[in-house]
Design a protein around this ligand. Structure first.
Ligand code: NI
Length: 162
């Protein structure tokens, strides 16, 4: 396992669409374990998407404190319900946070590292993290959801970094 460098703006990799994983081989397993190690090495982190470590593949990891880590390959949001305002930050946009609209709950399907199809119904922080990380796979950052860049604020330590 290795800790990977996290790409930050204006790195162009963050604005590109990631490709679907066709085969979960040893290189994907290594990517997953490196992403988990990288995520755990950053205080306050909640999730990480492969483009953030420079790999344009549809892989995300989520690590909410006190809960089991989640790995999703080729994740897709199949249902969104409700709307709410959330405060959000991103490891790739260091030093800032902003308030945006996210769904109240989402249903996401994808594959686990063994290739088994899984479906997750989530609300609260997990729903927010899933939407945030899946956005990364489409080259979308939370700041793209801001009404204007004037709404971006300097970081406060308690804001979740997704
Ligand atoms: Ni992010």
């Amino acid at each position: 396992m290795a800790t990977l460098a996290i790409r930050v703006l204006p790195d162009p990799v963050l604005k590109q669409r990631a490709k679907r994983v066709k085969l979960i081989d040893s290189s994907i397993q290594k990517l997953i374990s490196d992403m988990i190690e990288t995520m755990h090495a950053v205080p306050g982190r909640v999730g990480l998407a492969a483009p953030q470590v420079g790999t344009l593949l549809r892989v995300i990891v989520i690590g909410i404190p006190e809960e089991e880590d989640i790995v999703l390959i080729n994740p897709e949001i199949v249902r969104r319900k409700g709307e709410r305002s959330v405060t959000e930050g991103c490891l790739s946009v260091p030093g800032y946070f902003g308030e945006i609209e996210r769904a109240e709950s989402v249903t996401v399907k994808g594959r686990d590292p063994k290739g088994k199809e899984i479906r997750i119904r989530a609300s609260e922080l997990l729903a927010q993290a899933l939407e945030h990380e899946i956005d990364h796979l489409n080259g979308v950052l939370y700041i793209d959801h801001l009404e204007s860049m004037d709404k971006l604020q300097k970081i406060e330590p308690e804001v979740a970094q997704l």
